[in-house]
Design a protein around this ligand. Structure first.
Ligand code: PGA
Length: 251
């Protein structure tokens, strides 16, 4: 698996028409160019299948923003990992801070979703990150450590299939990016935590940074040895800007 990845999280934005136009603009940006990185977009559930079809053969993959912790059954409103795979999704975000904060997602829930995603053959993107209060209280690394437990509990073989996104909560949607050095410090910590089980796995896992990444700050973040790409929110809604970010990672 290539370590470099750029993932766009469209969150709860768009309409059928807007999603179609954004997807077409991404196709225009990537037409005729071969990429040496993984590029992924995560539309809202309801648009997944359309976007999968529109992006067929483009080299751009599709992911979901969440997944049920359950398998098939009486779970009203839920979408299972098998359904996502069936719809053509290859990736799924798990434990995004917006879900941890406003839907009370716990480590146990993240662990359950993670195993469902792996069983269905999806690439899980597990999100971790501290709040501003936690950073100021100097507990960033212990918060990351606790949020990493669902991944650290996996076998080395399973860990190899996981992507981890470090997204400081104070940097998400605020325009306030972590400095490349602040991000690198946490990325190194995460890679060392993975290396306790298996050094080769730790070296191969993609560690993405997220939080106000844009076309201007992307290159300096990607210049850090352990930042393999980005999970991009707001800037991924603009195809030109998203393409500029993936080009910064292609170098
Ligand atoms: P942002 O969001 O790029 O808009 O800060 C990142 C995310 O929440 O994944």
């Amino acid at each position: 698996m290539v370590r470099k990845k750029i993932i766009g999280n469209w969150k709860m934005h768009g309409s059928i028409q807007q999603v179609h136009a954004l997807t077409q603009a991404l196709l225009d940006c990537s037409a005729g160019k071969v990429s040496n990185i993984d590029r992924v977009v995560c539309p809202p559930f309801i648009y997944l299948e359309r976007v999968v079809q529109q992006l067929a053969d483009s080299g751009i993959q599709v992911g979901a923003q969440d997944v049920s912790a359950h398998g098939v059954g009486a779970h009203t409103g839920e979408v299972s990992a098998d359904m996502l795979a069936d719809a053509g999704c290859r990736y799924v975000l798990i434990g995004h801070s917006e879900r941890r904060q406003s839907h009370g997602e716990s480590e146990a829930l993240v662990a359950a979703k993670l195993s469902r995603a792996l069983e269905a053959g999806l690439t899980p993107v597990v999100c971790v990150g501290e709040t501003l209060a936690q950073r100021e209280a100097d507990v960033t690394l212990s918060v990351i450590d606790a949020q990493l437990q669902p991944v650290l509990g996996l076998s080395a073989e399973a860990q190899q299939k996981v992507v981890i996104a470090y997204e400081p909560v104070w940097a998400i949607g605020t325009g306030k990016t972590a400095t490349p050095e602040q991000a690198q410090e946490v990325h190194v910590y995460i890679r060392h935590a993975l290396a306790v089980k298996n050094a080769a796995t730790a070296a191969s896992v993609s560690l993405l940074y997220g939080g106000s990444v844009n076309a201007e700050n992307a290159a300096s973040l990607f210049a850090q040895a352990d930042i393999d790409g980005a999970l991009v929110g707001g800037a991924s809604l603009d195809a030109q800007q998203f393409a500029a970010i993936w080009r910064a990672a292609e170098i």
